[in-house]
Ligand binder design. Sequence first.
Ligand code: ADE
Ligand code: ZN
Length: 325
Amino acid sequence: MQNDFIRGLPKAELHLHIEGSLEPEQMFEFARRNRIDLPFKSVEEVRAAYAFSNLQDFLDIYYQGAGVLQTEEDFRDLTLAYFRRAAADGTVHAEIFFDPQTHTERGIPFAVAADGLLAGMAQAETDLGVTSKLILSYLRHLSEEDAFKTLREAEPFLDRIVGVGLDSSELGHPPSKFARVYKASRERGLKLSAHAGEEGPPEYVWEALDGLAVDRIDHGNRSLEDPALVKRLVADGMTLTVCPLSNLKLCVVDDLANHPLKRMLDLGLKATINSDDPAYFGGYIGENWTATTAALGLTRDELATLARNSFTGSFLAQGEIASRV
Ligand code: ADE
Ligand code: ZN
């Protein structure tokens, strides 16, 4: 069975927003222990609200959901719950994003989020044997000045944060808006990734490459509209962290059968499969792999390539990668 083969394939997840792993049950649990009123009466009502027609529809409800995260313990419990699910799907390494500004903007200190996440990651490695790295993601709908403030807040944690990302509302917020803070992030030894070409045009992917000098592109779907860009991404061996069920839920694709993942592989692009915000998009990494494989008829060779890409595209050190592929 292809699904057993997929589960047994050691794999890494490179595109996961930890706030996007907040399941409705957990949202109620955190709201209860933090004495927060939710605008929903039941888990079913929450799930019914997860019908999105674009990225912004989702972001509005995702930022609202994150409001229940108050204490270090909340962040730790959230992280550990994600790793339990990821481990059950055969994930042996994960590089997880968090959005510090989503928390600092509502008065939760950077350190509360970071310490809680790092505690959950350490426990996941001990209990489940899953290794991980933490990436802080700048919110692109906010200013570059605000991103600089976040980088300053991250200073005491830079030995435990592997890199930076750029997420939130893509259209109208091109990567070039963040060129200076990316340069500063690089100077602090951080790896660089950016969401580009999810809803935004191919020009945004060019900007992420040439203006930000990223190591990885998150999504990158719309790169396929520009043959010169595809050629460049292939020549650079650039990893694309593709998120099929997210693309379906956010109407980036109309049907998984039309998802560009197979075309990406055929073109020689270094694509990977990831879950993005699994609690909101109907599936963790395992479901992303199995649903995409069924819809596109991926072969075992292609699945093995995708698994290999997830390690060679990771921010693990070269020596660590060699022992895993
Ligand atoms: N934040 C969380 N998930 C995101 C996505 N898919 N695109 C942009 N920002 C996000
Ligand atoms: Zn994302």
